[in-house]
Design a protein around this ligand. Structure first.
Ligand code: ZN
Length: 296
């Protein structure tokens, strides 16, 4: 069995048995992306407040502290204000964010990034989202910590528990590239070193752009039904772009169907396709281990 690091998931929304199952699939470590109310199977009728989000940061940090003792997995948190749910009074969170980054169990800022659609129909104007993202990128730059950039997936309201506010209808390629470019302008302005930027949820619509037009990390989320990516596709990308900047994650959460074995299946597909062990290890372990300083 291959040991791997899941560079982005929301397993704090899942149960004890599910954590045990992850550990048994070979997950040696993971980065918990905190701050998203929608990863739990809950429905909100009013926007969460800063107070709510503090709770979404604090609880996973406490869980990360005991993960090694209880489940033999090293967990670290990414804390941030996500654009996927509108947050009332996000400025208060930004004020406290630098202090959170000093916690040894907090490894990164995020996930954050512009998203035109919000959960629970609580829409959030893009200009205000942009201010929130820029503030977070500045803090990441100042602290020398990685920023996990959420790139938006076009969503259909009917697929979700609680409706999603959907604002536009353009092709997935146009949609994905448009928001990534806007994100990158903001992050660049904030002065974040590209070596500290993880562009996440990369798929076929943006992987070429990420490798050719940026120097950021390229994270691929493969465990959620929201973004079905076949293991053979990941194998092709690792062959084409090399293992240098790719890192794999599941993005496991509690509100959509997930595949517990998505990462191990992909590791086996890569081995079957003749990708060298060292390259498999880079995309599934070494790259995340180094960037997030997991020390595994
Ligand atoms: Zn996520």
């Amino acid at each position: 069995m291959d040991r791997y690091i899941d560079s982005h998931n929301h397993m704090h929304a899942l149960s004890w048995d599910q954590w045990e199952l992850f550990a048994m699939t070979g997950m040696a470590g993971a980065i918990l992306s905190c701050g998203n109310p929608h990863v739990y199977r809950e429905i909100w009728e009013t926007p969460p407040t800063a107070e709510d989000i503090f709770r979404f940061w604090d609880s996973p940090i406490r869980m990360a502290r005991v993960a090694e003792e209880k489940h033999f997995m090293r967990l670290r948190c990414a804390v941030g204000v996500s654009s996927m749910t509108r947050v009332e009074g996000w400025e208060e969170l930004i004020e406290k964010l630098p202090e959170y980054l000093d916690d040894p169990h907090v490894a990164a800022v995020g996930e954050a990034g512009l998203d035109p659609s919000q959960y629970f129909q609580l829409s959030w104007p893009l200009e205000d989202q942009a201010r929130c993202l820029e503030a977070q990128a500045r803090i990441a730059a100042g602290k020398g910590k990685p920023l996990i950039l959420h790139t938006p997936t076009p969503k259909k309201s009917r697929d979700f528990l609680g409706k999603v506010a959907v604002q536009e209808e353009i092709s997935p390629e146009e949609f994905r590239l448009h928001y990534l470019r806007r994100d990158l302008e903001i992050i660049d302005r904030a002065g974040l070193d590209p070596g500290l930027l993880v562009i996440d949820h990369v798929d076929g619509t943006i992987i070429d752009f990420v490798h050719r037009q940026t120097r950021a990390w390229c994270a691929i989320s493969i465990g959620s039904a929201l973004r079905p990516i076949h293991p053979d596709q990941v194998t092709k990308w690792v062959k084409e772009y090399g293992p240098g900047r790719i890192m794999l994650n599941s993005d496991h959460l509690g509100y959509r169907s997930i595949d517990f074995y998505s990462v191990p299946k992909t590791l086996r597909a890569m081995r079957r396709a003749g990708i060298p062990d060292a390259d498999i290890r880079r995309v599934s372990f070494d790259n995340a281990n180094g960037l997030f300083r997991l020390g595994l």
